[in-house]
Design a protein around this ligand. Structure first.
Ligand SMILES: [Zn+2]
Ligand SMILES: [Zn+2]
Length: 269
C-alpha cells in the first residue's frame, strides 16, 4: 500500500525568499493505492488541479471526509475533467450530512450548477452524490472503507482504508477524538494514521474551538496510538507550518512524519 498527499501550492512562484522545510498545504487531497485496489482519492481540495483530465480519470473512486472548502475546493473541476471523457455519472462518496452541505451550498446554482439534476443527452446524470454508511465497512475502488465520526464542526468522518493486506486511517480534520483511536484499535492491519496539526500552541483556543490540533493536543493523542503504527502529518496551516514543526520537534521528536506534498509514502507489510 502507498499513499500520497497531492500538492496544492506552487513552490517556485513564492515571494518568500527562504525555502520552507515542508511546502504549503492550503488544500487537502490524498491518493491511496493498495494490493489490487485504487487509486482511491480521499478529499478533493486540489484533486481537480493536479494533472490532465486523462490522469484525473485514473482515480477509481473519490470519498470525502467533509465538505469544508479546503477539502472540496477543486471538486467541480475534477468532475468536469471526467465529464470531458464521457464518464457520467461521476460518483462522489460522502456522508449523508456532507452531501446535504454540498447540495445546499456548492452544487446549488450560485456557486456551481446542480450536476445531479443536469443530464447527458442519453439521460445519464452528470454526477451522483452517494452517501456512505457510518460504522459498517463499504467497498470502494477495491478497498474496504469504514467511516467514523470525528471531533470537527460540520458532519466530518475519519476513514479506515483497507486493501486486505494493509490499512491506513485518515483522521480528517479533528480535535482530540476517542472514536478515532477506537477505530484504530479495530483495524488489525493498520500501518499508519494520518493526522492533522493545524495551529501552533499560542492559538490553542482557536484550535480547540474549531476542532483542530496543536502540537500540545497532538502529543497527548500520540500516547493513544497503537504500537508500531506510523503517524503521518498533513493539514499544517501554511502561515504557521514552520512554527508547528518547531513545536512538534521539541515535543515529540521523531515520533511523527511530515507528509511531503507529491511524494509517495510506502506503507506495508
Ligand atoms: Zn475542516
Ligand atoms: Zn481542513
Amino acid at each position: 500500500m502507498r499513499l500520497r498527499l497531492l500538492p496544492s501550492s506552487f513552490p517556485g512562484s513564492s515571494p518568500v525568499v527562504s525555502a520552507p522545510r515542508v511546502p504549503a498545504q492550503p488544500l487537502t487531497s490524498f491518493v491511496v493505492e493498495g494490493a489490487g485496489a485504487g487509486p482511491l482519492a480521499v478529499d478533493a481540495g486540489s484533486l481537480g488541479l493536479v494533472g490532465e483530465p486523462t490522469e484525473m480519470a485514473r482515480i477509481a473512486g473519490l470519498v470525502l471526509t467533509h465538505a469544508h472548502i479546503d477539502h472540496v475546493a477543486s471538486l467541480p473541476m475534477w468532475v468536469e475533467a471526467l465529464l470531458s471523457l464521457d464518464r457520467a455519472p461521476v460518483r462522489v462518496h460522502a456522508s449523508a450530512g456532507a452531501i446535504e452541505v454540498l447540495r445546499a451550498h456548492l452544487f446549488s446554482g450560485p456557486l456551481f450548477p446542480d450536476f445531479e439534476a443536469l443530464r447527458e443527452p442519453d439521460g445519464r446524470p452528470l454526477m451522483e452524490l452517494v452517501p456512505f454508511p457510518v460504522g459498517d465497512p463499504f467497498e470502494l475502488a477495491g478497498f474496504q472503507v469504514a467511516a467514523f465520526p470525528v471531533a470537527h464542526p460540520g458532519p466530518t468522518h475519519g476513514l479506515v482504508v483497507d486493501d486486505g493486506e494493509d490499512a491506513v486511517l485518515f483522521g480528517a480534520d479533528s480535535g482530540p477524538c476517542d472514536a478515532l483511536w477506537e477505530a484504530a484499535a479495530r483495524a488489525p492491519r493498520l500501518r499508519a494514521v494520518v493526522l492533522e496539526a493545524s495551529f501552533p500552541e499560542r492559538m490553542q483556543a482557536i484550535a480547540d474551538g474549531s476542532g483542530h490540533l496543536t502540537p500540545l493536543t497532538l502529543a497527548a493523542e500520540l500516547d493513544r496510538a497503537p504500537e508500531g503504527v506510523r503517524v503521518l502529518l498533513a493539514h499544517l496551516k501554511p502561515a504557521y507550518r514552520e512554527e508547528i514543526i518547531d513545536e512538534l520537534t521539541r515535543r515529540v521528536g521523531g515520533a511523527v512524519e511530515f507528509l511531503e506534498p507529491g511524494s509517495w509514502v510506502e506503507l506495508g507489510s
